[in-house]
Write a protein that binds this ligand. Sequence first.
Ligand code: ZN
Length: 305
Amino acid sequence: MQPLPAPWLGQPQPPQPQSAPGPGLGALAATLALAAVIVLYAAADREPQPAEPERRRRSAREPVVVGRADPSTAREIERLIDKYMEMLRISGPRPIVRLRDNLGRRWLGRAWRKIGAPGTTAAATTTIELQRAIIGHQRTLERVVAHEMIHHRDFLSMDDLDKARLRLGIRQEGHGEQFLQGAAMVNAQMGPGFVTIKSDQEDVLATNTRLFFVLIQPAMRDRLGWTWAARLSPTASQWAARKIAQGARLVSTTDERWAAGPRIGHGRVAIPEDAENVERLKALYDTGTPVALPTASLPAAQAAM
Ligand SMILES: [Zn+2]
C-alpha cells in the first residue's frame, strides 16, 4: 500500500490502469495491483468550494450507474447494489458506479472516496468502478460488487479522526479487520469464499474477446519488441507505417498479455523477458493476422500510387 499524498500536494486522479507496465516488470505490476485495491485519495481543491456544511446530497433513488451503460446492465447493477446495501446493513447513501473498459487492467473493481482538503467536506458518497469485462459473468460481477460494497460501508463509517489521519497520509488497512468482518457477513449468506481480499482482481475473470492492435518490431539483440493500441489514431498509424517499412508487422489479437506496456507511437518498446513469451511474440510476428493500415497513413509516395 502506498501512503496517501498530503492533501496540499494534490493528486489529480486515481492511477490509470492503462499505463500498467509490461509483463516483464513483474514487481512493479504487483505493486500496481496492490495499489489498485482501494484508491482513497486526498485532493487539494483549487476550485472554490461550495458553502459548508455539505455538498449536495444524492437522493436515495438517484440512479446508481452514471455514464454509458445499457438499461438492463444498469438495472442489474442497481439490483446488486440494493441487495448489498441491505445485506451489509448500510444506512447511508448508495455509491455511484462507473463502468470502465481498460485493456491491460489488473483490477475488476475498485472503490474510492474523495476526502477534501482540511476545512472542506468529503464527497457525498463512494465511487465504485467496474470493468465492463465482468458484465454478463453473473457470479464474477456479484463477487466484485459485494467486495466493493464492503469498502463503501467502511468509507461511510470513517469518523473525523479517520479523515484527519487520512489527510496526513496515515491510511487504514483497506482489507483489515473491518473488511474481513464485512466479508464474513456476506459469505454467511453467499457461501464461503464468495468475497475474498482479492475477489475484485483479475484472477477471477473470463478471457478478453476484444481485438486490439499489436505492432511487433525488431528490437535489441535480435529480439522482437512490441507496442499496442486499442484504436489507431492518425499519428499512431503513421508511426506504424514507418515501422512496417523497417520490418515491423502490425497484427490484431485478443491475447491480453500484449495489452500492457507502451502504446504504439510513443517511442518506447516492450521486450518479453521470459523464453516462452519471446517464442509467443515471434509466432505472432510470423503468423498473426496482419492489419492493413488506411491509405492515408502510408508515406505520400506510396499513397499516390
Ligand atoms: Zn478491496
